[in-house]
Design a protein around this ligand. Structure first.
Ligand code: SAM
Ligand code: SF4
Ligand code: SF4
Length: 369
């Protein structure tokens, strides 16, 4: 019997290319991304069957922009026959009434649509595309017309944090009830300069936490952090420094048991999650796709089951313990609670797989002490 657990989640970047040009894109996608060697429908079909064999619970189709694939509905019809749930992450620019109607006949659990600002000035700026906001609004209306479930995804950066509450109001006015906010990961095209300044994030987080606890946020909001632990530094460090740890319960269930052993990294890559890029390369997480050192194999060369069970890259990630961590986090008193932040971001900013997550304010303070 294998001691390796099956993955729960897979992000499937079914195309490397995009019609937008977001300066923060974790997949570094744009129109110029080469399409040569992009995955064929038959390779995607085979991979989906293998994900089913691995008992994956949920697949997220993304990219690039997934609706750029002309065969998207053929891909979805394969997924419809299999056991996992699936979502589609999209910028919404290509969803017409006709596409929405076709989506309503699939088993898609929800369309996760990116909404980065309350109007065309902010949203278009974030998305690097004039007219992005108008297209996103049309997509939401088309999906609503055909009762396709939608969730808003906000990617928080220096460009849009000031308009966060306006964005939540915009999402509510569009008739949506839930949103997730992703904190910027410094990977792909995203430089650390795009991260929301620490003091501004701390102010926003405190207000959001208070409003969430009092039930006065316009929509049901979830904050997606990049590492997994009972102490994600993105939430914990600002609240700790402002002596407001009482607010942590707005986002984290204190009764939730710790998913990892005491000395393992708080990174789900290669343990409960995996990602496949538009060329068939397999990684532990979609935030790793621009870093070849995290590539565990390619689905054109080996089956996903073989890659999941036997790849050295995944084996090393599963074995790694916090004793291996290098740089400022090594000297942090919170290391064994925090579990070292995000491996993809740590690697991109520290140039080492076991480096420190230098986006964290405490890591920055230790580094400059
Ligand atoms: C890579 S995109 C692909 C799907 C689609 N093109 C879109 O933008 O929604 C998936 C999600 O990741 C978010 N994202 C992109 N780059 C990111 C980064 N550096 N950090 C955090 N989230 C990011 C996007 O805003 C989007 O919500
Ligand atoms: S975040 Fe999405 S819309 Fe923006 S460039 Fe990347 S893939 Fe395209
Ligand atoms: S310095 Fe490192 S270990 Fe300490 S809280 Fe920040 S990310 Fe976590």
């Amino acid at each position: 019997m294998s001691l390796i657990e099956n993955p729960y989640y897979c992000d499937f970047l079914i195309t490397p290319t995009c019609n937008f040009n977001c300066s923060f894109c974790s997949a570094a996608s744009d129109k110029k991304k080469p399409k040569v060697n992009q995955l064929s429908l038959s390779s995607i079909t085979k991979a989906l069957h293998e994900l089913d064999e691995l008992d994956v619970l949920r697949v997220s189709f993304e990219g690039g922009e997934p609706f750029l694939r002309k065969d998207i509905f053929e891909i979805l019809s394969v997924a419809d026959e299999l056991d996992f749930l699936y979502y589609i992450n999209t910028n919404g620019s290509l969803i017409s009434d006709e596409i929405a109607e076709k989506l309503s006949h699939t088993n898609v659990s929800k369309i996760c649509i990116s909404i980065d600002g309350p109007n065309s000035i902010i949203h278009d700026h974030c998305r690097g595309y004039v007219g992005a906001f108008e297209k996103m609004v049309k997509a939401v209306h088309s999906l609503q017309k055909y009762d396709v479930p939608i969730q808003a995804i906000i990617t928080l950066s220096r460009s849009n944090y000031k308009y966060f509450y306006d964005t939540l109001d915009c999402i509510k006015n569009l008739g949506l009830t839930s949103a997730s906010v992703m904190l910027l990961a410094s990977v792909g095209s995203a430089s650390t300069d795009l991260i929301t300044p620490f003091d501004d994030w701390s102010n926003l987080l405190i207000k959001l936490s208070e409003d969430k606890l009092s039930g006065s946020l316009p929509v049901d909001l979830r904050i997606v952090t990049t590492g997994e632990s009972s102490f994600p530094w993105e939430l914990h460090v600002p609240l700790l420094k402002r002596e407001r740890l009482d607010l942590l319960g707005a986002w984290i269930d204190p009764n939730n048991s710790e998913p990892f052993s005491s000395n393992s990294f708080g990174c789900t890559a290669g343990r409960s999650s995996m990602a496949i890029d538009g060329y068939g390369n397999v990684y532990g997480c979609s935030l790793m796709v621009s870093q070849p050192e995290f590539c565990a194999g390619n689905i054109e060369d080996n089956s996903l089951v073989e890659i999941w069970n036997n790849s050295t890259v995944f084996g090393d990630m599963r074995k790694a313990t916090l004793e291996k961590i290098e740089g400022p986090c090594k000297d942090c008193e919170h290391l064994y609670d925090c579990k070292g932040g995000c491996r993809a971001c740590s690697s991109s900013c520290s140039k080492s797989k076991f480096g420190s997550d230098l986006r964290c304010e405490i890591a920055k303070e230790i580094a400059t002490a």
